[in-house]
Design a protein around this ligand. Structure first.
Ligand SMILES: [Zn+2]
Length: 139
């Protein structure tokens, strides 16, 4: 199932060809973290730097640096960016935790913890779940 998902995900990434942070691999994810940290340590920041810091922040989680959405009064909770390679694990956990959750439940649940898991990606995941596909064809 994981292979099938990643294959479809790669097709989506290839089709998009965008610089969108919604679909970034681990290598670019690490680059982003490096860049954000560099900007943060700069004594003088320019407009581009502030733009970067408005969207990305780095948080140390048990010795592992993770990219998060900057927190503020409106959004005080931590929301993580997920690299492509980890998407399957994240989706799979939520899907099974909520007993083969549908797209709406998954989206609502994922939104509370992650900031770059799109509905499109959830849809791809669901088409890869045999149990859900069978349920669908039976009703
Ligand atoms: Zn399922």
């Amino acid at each position: 199932m994981k292979e099938e998902f990643n294959e479809r995900l790669n097709t989506l990434v290839a089709r998009k060809k965008s610089n969108s942070v919604y679909l970034i691999n681990t290598a670019r994810y690490q680059d982003f973290i490096k860049e954000v940290k560099e900007i943060k340590s700069k004594p003088y920041k320019d407009f581009e730097d502030y733009k970067m810091l408005a969207s990305y922040d780095v948080l140390d989680v048990n010795g592992r640096e993770r990219m998060i959405q900057p927190r503020n009064e409106v959004n005080p909770s931590i929301k993580f960016y997920v690299p492509l390679e980890e998407l399957f694990g994240v989706l799979h956990t939520i899907h099974l935790l909520f007993k083969h959750a549908n797209i709406d439940v998954m989206e609502a649940e994922l939104k509370t913890k992650f900031c770059n898991v799109s509905k499109e990606v959830i849809k791809i995941y669901l088409t890869c779940c045999k149990t859900c596909q069978e349920k669908k064809s039976n009703t």
